[in-house]
Design a protein around this ligand. Structure first.
Ligand SMILES: Nc1ncnc2c1ncn2[C@@H]1O[C@H](COP(=O)(O)OP(=O)(O)OP(=O)(O)O)[C@@H](O)[C@H]1O
Length: 227
């Protein structure tokens, strides 16, 4: 098994030491291997987003260990952590978070531009990914000129632009109608499986969870394997 992400005994308390302290994660552990597509299910407010932020190095745990691509993250400098996140992790959110004033191709090219690729190389990669999600005919459209499912497909393409090793998705089709959600989700799964990524995909939808390799349940701060 080629480990991509490992969390061990991770705890996260917001506002520690104050009357507003909230402990969200409390001994959470998980391991994701390359090529695995794993569903994350949790009751609302149980800490799904917090877990994805910690796993994607957007937030630090209060205690415990996070290892990404074999590198323990705690000891890394902020700069090294940012680099690792940029190079190794792709994020997809429930709402696409595309930049409204940029075209589809420009949105998808942004991560590669930020990573130092030339405008031409980043645009070529963006076009290739947009073709892969069936949007080769919508390259110059801005987000407002695309349907909800199309916007989300642009967001998938953007998440994959830097060839990440880990994809983290928070209800990636949660704002779409059930039929579009199912279709667009299938496309995301196909893409992920083609690339051999490890993916952790939060969903409230049991049908979508059932299409993944296994399901992890987050409850009361801990993670367990669902039957
Ligand atoms: N920055 C913060 N400061 C204080 N409390 C926070 C902060 N962020 C989240 N929380 C609290 O932590 C808990 C978990 O939040 P989180 O957003 O991780 O939940 P979630 O499982 O993603 O929820 P949902 O499924 O409803 O989106 C919530 O009770 C929330 O109020």
């Amino acid at each position: 098994m080629s480990e991509v992400l490992h969390l061990e005994n991770v705890a996260k308390t917001y506002n520690p030491g104050t009357p507003a302290a909230v402990t969200v994660l409390d001994g959470a552990s998980l391991t994701l291997a390359a090529g695995e597509v794993v569903a994350l299910v949790a009751p609302s407010g149980a800490g799904k987003s917090t877990l994805l932020h910690v796993a994607g190095l957007l937030d630090s745990p209060s205690s415990g260990m996070v290892r990404l691509l074999g590198q323990p993250v705690e000891q890394a400098s902020d700069a090294a952590r940012t680099r690792l996140r940029r190079d190794a992790v792709g994020f997809v959110y429930q709402f696409h978070h595309l930049l409204p004033e940029f075209s589809a191709v420009e949105n998808v090219a942004l991560p590669q531009r930020a990573a130092g690729f030339s405008r031409a190389d980043a645009a070529a990669r963006a076009r290739e990914l947009l073709e892969a999600v069936g949007l080769g005919h919508r390259l110059s459209h801005r987000p407002a000129e695309l349907s909800g499912g199309e916007q989300q497909r642009v967001a998938f393409a953007r998440a994959l632009a830097n060839r990440p090793k880990l994809l983290l998705a928070d209800e990636p089709t949660g704002n779409l109608d059930p039929e579009t959600s199912s279709r667009v989700f299938e496309m995301l799964l196909d893409l992920v499986r083609q690339t051999g990524l490890a993916a952790l995909i939060a969903t409230h939808n049991p049908e979508l969870a059932a299409r993944m390799d296994r399901t992890l349940r987050l409850d009361q701060g801990r993670i367990s394997e669902a039957a």
